[in-house]
Design a protein around this ligand. Structure first.
Ligand SMILES: Cc1cc2nc3c(=O)[nH]c(=O)nc-3n(C[C@H](O)[C@H](O)[C@H](O)COP(=O)(O)O)c2cc1C
Length: 475
């Protein structure tokens, strides 16, 4: 009975498909065509499980992901038998180790943030959690990140989705203000100084970051897909539930350098002098120079600038923006550092960076290129159990990290993953300390491009991007 019914069902489906007009494959191959859709759906898994080698896998290779998992699980993160990379090619940079290594510092490095006008300077860890909103990530993920950060003494950036109770589990918080002003907007969606003042004075909020742009989609603004915009998230953000929420590409409060600098001054006043900074992906370099000039004119400086590389991650972005807009982290860091030096304002401002910071090596390199401290987003996602399934944008994240689906979220056990977040941070910074010592240095402030064998390649990179300016600026 079952067999004839199955045959009948296949025949009916075949007839229906051969008549429909929207899918050419199914019209031509009414039954076999489904296999194509099936394989397409599971193609990331097939790639990862059967095809990918240790050194491939994008955006992060299997080796990079394994390193993050091992450090998060606090298990042996050594590799056997030597490097799998081709280190005889011209991309190999190599750290110049010293014959007289320094002693490895067991203390994890910290950096004081707070310029001349800051009344509440903040001592930050060298590595912190980069902006990822509640909405983009699940509540379990946010709570686990926050608890891990509280245990490890590093900060957790809220992302542009606003400051929520899930961010207030004890960690130091950097509250990000995006163009949607979520959490500090009035009924018309404009910035509300009153709401900002109230929330920013929460003692757990240590710093405030104005988001200008993000490396994965500079000039686009945030995207919260309708499937992830639940009643709760809509309530937190003051928006309509189950609709796609696009934050505007630019800020309504300001539209030029002067406006940005007075907004910084306004936020500093309202927050009673907490460190205020902005995050951007470098695009038009002249606009950044204009901002520097305006800081000097107004005698008002941000306490930090976060430079996000175009290789950065996102929950959801149009492909054109991820693949084709903005400057990658390395030249961007060189540019920002050199520009601040050339304007004589470098010592007033800390440079934070993000863009595939996932190991001790990437931290050392970022510092060599001009960063004072680093943020990691996807590194910490791996520590939560992210398997790079590439489903952050459709609410189907199988590990419960980047989804609002309660069924999937329950797989992420907060107590277990908070420990992993804590260990990933600690072990990664310990690896950075070990590299520093191997280079014969005692402090990250001694690190510059000369620590790398092909440090001069970095200067060439800067010439490639900025051939006509900055040539007289110190490294
Ligand atoms: C899921 C996800 C959500 C993100 N949400 C934000 C956000 O709300 N605001 C922001 O400035 N950047 C956001 N980012 C970008 C990260 O903060 C970071 O700048 C970028 O991913 C580079 O760091 P990474 O290479 O360590 O991931 C997000 C990234 C991811 C992966």
């Amino acid at each position: 009975m079952f067999f004839p019914l199955t045959i009948l069902a296949i025949i009916v489906v075949g007839i229906i498909n051969s008549q429909q007009k929207s899918h050419a494959i199914l019209r031509n191959f009414p039954v076999l065509g489904y296999f194509r859709y099936l394989f397409e759906t599971i193609s990331p898994e097939i790639q990862q499980y059967f095809i990918e080698r240790s050194t491939d896998g994008k955006p992060f290779s299997r080796n990079q992901r394994s390193l993050a998992y091992q450090r998060a699980k606090n298990i042996d993160a050594t590799t056997p038998f030597g490097t799998q990379l081709d280190i005889n090619n011209s991309n190999y940079e190599g750290i110049k180790h010293s014959i007289y290594p320094a002693i490895v510092n067991e203390e994890l490095p910290r950096v004081l943030i707070g310029g001349p006008d800051c009344k509440q300077p903040y001592s930050a860890s060298l590595l912190n959690i980069s902006a990822m909103s509640f909405g983009s990530l699940s509540e379990n993920a946010i709570v686990a990140l926050n608890k891990g950060a509280a245990k490890g003494g590093f900060y957790h950036n809220t992302g542009e989705g606003g400051l929520t109770d899930y961010h207030l589990n004890g960690a130091d918080v950097t509250w990000q203000i995006g163009t949607g002003y979520f959490g500090c907007r009035d009924d018309d969606g404009n910035f509300s100084p009153e709401k900002f003042e109230r929330k920013s004075n929460n003692p757990l909020v240590k710093m405030i970051e104005i988001k200008l742009s993000q490396g994965a989609k500079p000039g686009h603004g945030g995207v919260l897909p309708a499937s992830k915009n639940t009643e709760l998230i809509a309530k937190i953000r003051d928006v309509k539930p189950h609709t796609t929420i696009l934050s505007p590409p630019g800020h309504a409060v300001f539209s030029d350098a002067k406006g940005l600098i007075s907004f910084i001054a306004q936020l500093r006043k309202l927050s009673n002098g907490k460190p205020i900074g902005f995050k951007l992906c470098i695009g038009n370099t002249h606009e950044f120079e204009e901002i520097c000039q305006e800081m000097i004119n107004a005698n008002c400086y941000p306490d930090f600038i976060t430079v996000d590389g175009a290789e950065g991650g996102t929950g959801a972005a149009p492909l054109e923006f991820s693949d084709g807009v903005g400057m990658p982290l390395e030249p961007a860091l060189i540019f920002v550092n050199k520009t601040l030096v050339s304007f004589g304002i470098r010592e007033k401002i800390r440079i934070i960076c993000s863009g595939k910071i996932i190991s001790g090596y990437s931290i050392l390199k970022a510092v060599a290129l001009g960063a004072d401290l680093c943020n990691s987003a996807r590194g910490f996602m791996f520590s939560l159990g992210c398997i790079q399934a590439l489903r952050c944008n459709n609410n189907k994240c199988p590990t419960g990290v980047a989804t609002q689906d309660k069924m999937l979220m329950k797989g992420l056990v907060v107590t277990d993953k908070a420990e992993r977040v804590f260990h990933f941070h600690k072990n990664t910074l310990h690896a950075a300390n070990e590299l520093l010592a191997a280079a014969g240095k005692n402090s990250f402030s001694e690190v510059d491009i000369n620590v790398f064998m092909r440090g001069d390649e970095f200067t060439k990179l800067s010439d490639l991007y900025f051939p006509d300016n900055l040539t007289n600026v110190v490294n």
